[in-house]
Design a protein around this ligand. Structure first.
Ligand SMILES: [Zn+2]
Length: 257
């Protein structure tokens, strides 16, 4: 156990030192490249080419890895196998890449709080690769949990939209960033109790009625699932559009609360 803790410390050390500056540089260039090309070329191929120029990074330590991998060989021994599935009380299935308390969790917080938008590429790809083939065969439409206007202004971006964009690119599916919007201010979910969270998201989300989602399979993307209250509130709103099925997809999953 002590050896494992030391290995995780070592991994975090690597994240915080040698790999961070180059990663920021690569991410900015890669994002520009992807933005420039995504409207003309097949998205999944574009991602592959971008990894040739700016290699994909291990989601735990940040080392360069082959574009088909999620973790480097060293972290594979240490990390939990990517991929967990949970069913929420409403019956909504949630696929997640890593547990919250992991080196992957640290990297996701960089994306969320430290302005490292480029990490959305690596996380988004890993999320897309997690979806089973039968879901992808239905050509699902990707949607994301929306941010409030204040949060968007503060961060400059919605990290869930970034994750959904690259998960959709990786799987050659469409992403609709405006399908859901936030129509009411609420408290930040992680600052309140599990019981309060359900009430806190009531009437907060609305669906764009101009977008026809009838009989579509929707993949609803968020960064983290904790109680699942936010995902369930969004799924309830989407269900009003007579969708065929909804599947949730997150980068991290906390233990059930
Ligand atoms: Zn690694």
């Amino acid at each position: 156990m002590r050896q494992r803790t030391a290995q995780i410390d070592d991994c975090l050390q690597r994240q915080n030192s040698a790999y961070r500056p180059t990663h920021i540089l690569f991410c900015k260039r890669r994002l520009l490249l992807l933005q420039a090309g995504s409207s003309v070329l097949r998205p999944s191929n574009l991602l592959k080419w971008s990894f040739w120029l700016f290699p994909r990074r291990c989601l735990w330590c940040g080392r360069s890895i082959p574009s088909e991998e999620i973790l480097c060989t060293e972290c594979l021994d240490l990390a939990p196998q990517p991929g967990s599935v949970r069913t929420l009380p409403s019956g909504l299935t949630v696929y997640s890449v890593f547990p919250y308390h992991s080196a992957g969790g640290v990297r996701l917080r960089w994306l969320k709080f430290a302005g490292q938008r480029g990490l959305a590429v690596d996380f988004g790809c890993a999320m897309g690769e997690l979806l089973p083939a039968y879901i992808l065969a239905e050509q699902p439409l990707f949607a994301c949990v929306p941010s409030g206007a204040d949060r968007l202004k503060e961060r400059g971006y919605n990290q869930s939209a970034g994750l959904a964009k690259y998960a959709a690119m990786r799987t050659d599916c469409s992403f609709c960033p405006d399908l859901l919007k936030k129509v009411k201010k609420n408290k930040t979910q992680h600052e309140i109790s599990a019981e309060e969270r359900i009430l806190n998201v009531q009437g907060v989300y609305a669906r764009n009625p101009d977008i026809d989602i009838k009989s579509r399979h929707i993949v609803l993307v968020d960064d983290i699932v904790t109680t699942g209250a936010t995902l369930e509130a969004c799924a309830a709103v989407l269900a009003e559009g007579e969708v065929s099925q909804i599947t949730a997809l997150t980068a991290l999953a906390t233990g059930r609360k």
